[in-house]
Ligand binder design. Structure first.
Ligand code: NI
Length: 380
């Protein structure tokens, strides 16, 4: 039975509001996964046995040979207390869909409905990835490790853009989401009575120097035409006013648009921290971790996304580079792909307690996902 767009929109809004009310954190998306499975099973869509603990992969297409295309959404929420004022706000304490993943997965359910309708006409297989744990929980790696993408030739991912008017599509070739690193620094001093600083080695003084000095990596060592972020975001030292503590902990993040630059920044934070610690006769323990590399949209496939969106009558603009990270980048290391945005016109940005995704472009997003899957199979 063919869907008309307003029926599809109504169905997807209904799903979207349910998922928005029931957010779950990374790697804990059991209720979300069960609900996705239930909705897919009522439409007869096959769910693959992937061994994923949360999240799932569905498959649509006639049996036989042909290309295999993947469409990817993510399904996890963030540890935030919602302050949107919506009548379908989160019912789970300190948990909120503040990054639009409820929008992505509802749009993907719409794409599943649309593709299922034309299953016998598809020129190959579409795999729909409902990825868990995008928010730092290793979800993309779990999907890759399951082997479910081993036969996939192209992959397309969706993400909402808060700053764009609802329904506008944004896409550009190359890197649009940043490489993201995190660091942890412990400065080891010597604690003691605050009245006798000369008998101590005060790690707070050293930590303060480090915080200021690492800012010069961006302001003095990076080209003004290059995009780099260094932020110290967590400090812990001391317990009271009259004791010099033994150690100071600093954590933070740094971001860039290439793995090389990310590595350079990581090394410079370490060198600066160690030098300052040494200057004050202290030790520094430094660790850093690459959370994700930058996304890398294939230029040819990017043009294909633009053309497909225009065929549907959508407005397409170039995307604005984001300093946030996306583990979709891990797929793109192995598979040609495009990560594109759809505007949801929120006054507040993603990861903000007041973030509100306009559900109006849900059916548009579903149609574009389905069109990309169907047309990518036919491109030969
Ligand atoms: Ni996100």
């Amino acid at each position: 039975m063919p869907f008309n767009t307003s029926d599809l929109q109504q169905t997807l809004e209904h799903h979207f509001k349910w998922f928005h009310r029931h957010p779950e954190l990374s790697n804990q998306e059991t209720g979300t996964t069960a609900r996705i499975r239930e909705i897919l099973s009522t439409t007869g869509v096959t769910v693959l046995d992937t061994g994923l603990r949360t999240g799932l992969v569905a498959r649509i297409g006639p049996e036989g040979n042909g290309k295999v295309i993947a469409l990817r959404c993510d399904i996890d929420a963030l540890p935030l207390s919602e302050a949107s004022g919506l009548d379908y706000a989160s019912e789970h304490a300190s948990c909120m869909h503040a990054c639009g993943h409820d929008f992505h997965l509802s749009a993907m359910l719409g794409a599943a409905l649309l593709l299922k309708e034309q299953e016998q006409d598809l020129a190959g297989t579409v795999k729909l990835i409902f990825q868990p744990a995008e928010e730092g929980g290793g979800g993309a790696q779990q999907v890759l490790d399951s082997g479910v993408l081993d036969d996939v030739q192209e992959i397309y991912g969706i993400h909402v853009a808060s700053e764009l008017e609802a329904g506008i599509i944004a896409v550009s070739p190359g890197a649009t989401y940043a490489s993201v690193g995190s660091f942890r620094l412990v400065i080891q001093g010597k604690g003691g009575h605050a009245a006798a600083p000369h008998e101590c080695r005060d790690p707070i003084v050293a930590a303060a120097q480090v915080i200021n000095a690492v800012q010069s990596i961006v302001s003095r060592e990076t080209s003004p035409f290059d995009q780099v972020v260094v932020s110290v975001t967590h400090i812990e030292a001391g317990t009271t006013w009259n004791v010099i503590p033994q150690e100071a902990l600093l954590e933070g993040t740094f971001r860039a648009f290439s793995a090389e630059k990310l590595g350079t920044v990581a090394t410079r934070i370490e060198q600066i921290s160690r030098s300052i610690a040494e200057m004050y006769n202290m030790d520094a323990e430094y660790q850093w971790h690459c959370y994700t590399i930058s996304t890398n949209n294939d230029p040819e496939l990017c043009e294909f996304v633009v053309d497909t969106a225009k065929t549907l009558g959508l407005r397409v603009v170039p995307s604005t580079p984001q300093m946030s990270g996306e583990d979709f980048a891990l797929y793109q290391q192995r598979i040609r792909g495009v990560f594109w945005n759809i505007g949801v016109g929120s006054l507040q940005g993603t990861h903000h307690p007041g973030f509100v995704a306009d559900p109006a472009p849900l059916s548009t997003a579903a149609q574009l996902l389905a069109a990309l899957g169907g047309a990518a199979l036919e491109r030969g």
